[in-house]
Design a protein around this ligand. Structure first.
Ligand SMILES: Nc1ncnc2c1ncn2[C@@H]1O[C@H](COP(=O)(O)OP(=O)(O)OP(=O)(O)O)[C@@H](O)[C@H]1O
Ligand SMILES: [Mg+2]
Length: 598
């Protein structure tokens, strides 16, 4: 990045507005401490400027032959200023870090909460790594900015400005001379790192070429010998080595400029101080003490001039983070809360009315559901069947409002899901998906989703109802046992049962059960069937079923084929004619005969 381009961005009005927006939001609540910080920064800079003034007074007083107590008093003041400067430096560091970390902690929390509230379209377009980068790395850059960089840059600029103003106050020629010096020095030192960096890039590039060609010659050595090209290869090797050596030398020179240039620049500053000071002293415009003052101020300029460039580059990095964080904070979820219509109490009816849906951005918008309609009365169980990819899980996602249908309407309890507040809808619907996500947390937290308002008795009751009593008893610390990351150590059946326990505790009025198709052992299957029986009692349910036992329990069957309704009715109605259904259920003739006979 070139210096000019690097420095252009923070000055853009857009970015500036974002800075202030973000500062306002996160610093305003801590304004007393932010104010204290400002006072400390100003005080620190002021004390740095006062030191040389005191020494000037001391020199002039000594030369004027003033009484010793005046000298002692000035010397003591100088000492006090030096001590106060250190105390203020410590205070600035402490308050700065405190304000910065408080602000970033809030920002991080807000950002995480915001990300979690965004819809699945947003999340599926981004990798978890990208989100971590935003919430962690960018915020850490901002923390550094809030707590250190901002303060350092501010005090550098104040110090630079303060020195120049005070020099103008002494004599306009001093002011003008050092303003020019500061501008030239800043501009000169800005170019040095870029020059070195581009040379080093060349060195690495040439090194890669050199080793690449050596490797090529070695692997082609037989061919090289056969056609007598060894001489050519060697000459080429020498040429490359020579270029590499020259570039390397230039890069080293440019690299040493990194430390030589500031030394040269500041030597020039000191020379300027002595030349101008000497001249003005000779002309009788200033005192000897002032010559010392000018020299000290030239020395004071060293730090801001040396650091402002680097700080501006860091600011550039922080600016990029600010823009990214702000963009993320201003991304709105595609799923917005409805007007707040209430769902009726008790089991909820479900109705899909000519629903067509495609996943945003996927497969050129090819519909995953086409014109799907069905109605399920409160308290009934719908068995949803279909080949893999036919859209079964998608129906559940629409009901839960992970996505909104493009056409048609989805109604729960007679109310369009888009008219209900999302949280109201989701607390009334229980969703058990194919993959059970278990957290690296205690069994209790895994079941209650960190809701500490649920009493242990209720949790144990749910586990008992699901036949997990023995399992619970075998746990070393009972409900406090921490599950390993990713739910390791649990069988697929146990994980599924835990997911049921979660829904039990949630006590929803509509259950969407996306049954895992993986094969379970017969004992677990039996246990699952009992659990499902208990789970579905008194609630409306949509069961995406792969097993006969679940389908037999359904009041209605809906068969999906490539996103369309292929068949709908009761199991008895569909079984004799619906080939698709029989194929899906893997019905063998024997079982079917038994079923139709019974
Ligand atoms: N997040 C997504 N983004 C894009 N396309 C998706 C997404 N989820 C599913 N699909 C596509 O939508 C179609 C229906 O998927 P869905 O998960 O609803 O099928 P399913 O009937 O539940 O299948 P299975 O029995 O394998 O679980 C598939 O073609 C799938 O590729
Ligand atoms: Mg599915």
């Amino acid at each position: 990045m070139t210096g000019a381009a690097a420095l252009a961005v923070p000055m853009r009005p857009m970015a500036v507005r974002r800075y202030f927006g973000l500062f306002g939001t996160y610093l305003a609540p801590q304004w007393p401490r932010a104010l204290l910080l400002g006072v400390l920064v100003l005080g620190g800079v002021g004390l740095q400027l006062v030191g040389p003034q005191l020494v000037r007074g001391l020199i002039d007083a000594a030369r004027a032959g003033r009484e010793p107590w005046v000298l002692t008093e000035t010397a003591l003041l100088f000492l006090a200023a030096a001590v106060a400067q250190q105390v203020i430096a410590v205070g600035t560091g402490y308050v700065g870090a405190d304000v910065g970390w408080t602000a970033t902690k809030r920002l991080r929390t807000d950002l995480l909460a915001h990300c979690l509230s965004l819809d699945l379209v947003f999340h599926s377009a981004r990798t978890p790594g990208e989100m971590i980068e935003r919430v962690d790395t960018d915020v850490a850059t901002l923390a550094n900015f809030f707590s250190q960089l901002g303060i350092r840059l501010l005090s550098s600029v104040l110090l630079l400005g303060g020195v120049l103003v005070l020099l103008y106050r002494e004599d306009w020629r001093l002011g003008l001379g050092f303003t020019t010096f500061a501008a030239v020095a800043l501009a000169a030192l800005r170019r040095v790192p870029a020059a070195a960096a581009s040379r080093w890039r060349q060195v690495r590039q040439l090194g890669a070429e050199l080793f690449g060609s050596v490797g090529e010659y070695l692997s082609g050595i037989e061919d090289l010998r056969r056609c007598g090209a060894v001489g050519y290869a060697l000459r080429r090797f020498f040429e490359l080595s020579r270029t590499l050596m020259r570039t390397d030398r230039a890069a080293n020179m440019a690299g040493s400029l990194l430390w030589i240039a500031p030394i040269g620049v500041f030597a020039a500053g000191h020379a300027l101080a002595l030349a101008l000071g000497g001249y003005l002293l000779g002309a009788g415009a200033i005192t000897l003490g002032t010559v010392f003052l000018v020299f000290s101020y030239a020395e004071l300029l060293r730090r801001p001039i040396d650091q402002i460039n680097a700080q501006l580059q860091d600011l550039q990095r922080a600016a990029a983070s600010i823009v990214r964080v702000d963009e993320l904070l201003h991304t709105t979820s595609a799923i917005q809360d409805g007007a707040g219509r209430l769902l009726p109490p008790g089991p909820l009816s479900v109705e899909l009315d000519r629903v067509t849906f495609s996943y945003p951005g996927a497969d050129r918008g090819k519909p995953v559901l086409r014109d799907v309609s069905f109605r399920l009365e409160p308290g009934q169980v719908l068995g949803l069947l279909g080949r893999t990819g036919s859209g079964k899980t998608t129906i559940g996602r629409l009901l839960f409002r992970f996505y909104d249908a493009a056409l048609g309407s989805v109604r729960v309890g007679g109310v369009d899901v888009r008219d209900v507040r999302v949280v109201d809808l989701r607390t009334r619907i229980g969703l058990v998906t194919q993959e059970v996500q278990l957290f690296h947390a205690s069994v209790r937290d895994n079941l209650t989703f960190f809701d500490c308002g649920i009493p242990d008795g209720l949790i144990e009751g749910a586990l008992r109802a699901l036949g997990l009593e023995e399992w619970l008893r075998a746990l070393p610390h009972g409900l406090d046992t921490v599950l390993p990351p990713g739910g390791g150590g649990l069988s697929a059946g146990q994980a599924q049962l835990l997911a049921f326990a979660r829904v039990f505790l949630q006590d929803p009025d509509l259950i969407i059960l996306d049954e895992a198709s993986s094969r379970l052992d017969p004992a677990t299957e039996r246990r699952l069937d009992e659990a499902i029986e208990r789970l579905l009692a008194g609630r409306t349910a949509i069961v995406i079923a792969h097993r006969l036992a679940t389908i037999e329990r359904a009041d209605q069957i809906l068969v999906l084929e490539d996103g369309r309704v292929a068949a709908a009715g009761t199991l008895e109605e569909l079984l004799p004619d619906c080939q698709e259904l029989r194929a899906l259920m893997n019905f063998d003739d024997q079982r079917m005969t038994a079923h139709t006979a019974g």
